[in-house]
Write a protein that binds this ligand. Structure first.
Ligand SMILES: Cc1cc2nc3c(=O)[nH]c(=O)nc-3n(C[C@H](O)[C@H](O)[C@H](O)COP(=O)(O)O)c2cc1C
Length: 142
């Protein structure tokens, strides 16, 4: 069974909700969902697939808890890993930097030698308005 680690940063709970919805759709995988503040290297080392999730705050910035984690993402840990990225944002209020954290994490993971296996999932506005998109993303990872 495929081991999947989902590591998320979320301020108001939206990206956390998406993380858990993704898990629910990956029924044939062994999936763990962890807040980035509790993330350990072993969660990545033991995973066949790693999902990183961060909402975007400020103006195109990482969710607060994810920022220090991003700084420590390294090729030692990520080289050769299969990775996918997701996050929540608001395309109406922040069109120029909509879900910028997703873009930045994809860039960093690629720079660290990870294989980013699908396009990032950007969840716009209410999570409940994006359920089909979230399901399709999760199934594209199987
Ligand atoms: C002060 C503030 C700044 C924000 N900045 C951005 C931004 O730069 N880009 C974006 O796409 N969304 C932005 N958002 C929208 C949030 O990313 C969105 O509310 C998201 O669902 C929060 O997810 P979370 O609960 O997982 O942290 C901002 C929201 C607030 C209140």
């Amino acid at each position: 069974m495929k081991n999947v680690s989902i590591i998320f940063g979320s301020t108001t709970g939206n990206t956390e909700k998406v993380a858990n919805l993704i898990k629910d759709h990956m029924t044939d995988c062994n999936v763990t969902v962890s807040n980035v503040v509790d993330a350990k290297d072993a969660m990545i080392e033991s995973a066949d697939l790693v999902l990183f999730g961060s909402s975007t705050w400020g103006y195109g910035e990482f969710q607060d808890d994810f920022a220090p984690y991003y700084d420590n993402m390294s090729s030692d840990l990520l080289s050769g890993k299969n990775v996918a990225v997701f996050g929540c944002g608001d395309s109406v209020g922040f069109a120029d930097v909509y879900c910028e954290a997703v873009n930045l994490i994809i860039e960093k993971a690629s720079d660290c030698g990870a294989k980013v296996i699908v396009e990032g999932l950007k969840v716009d506005g209410e999570v409940d308005d994006n359920l089909d998109k979230i399901e399709a993303f999760a199934k594209s990872l199987l």
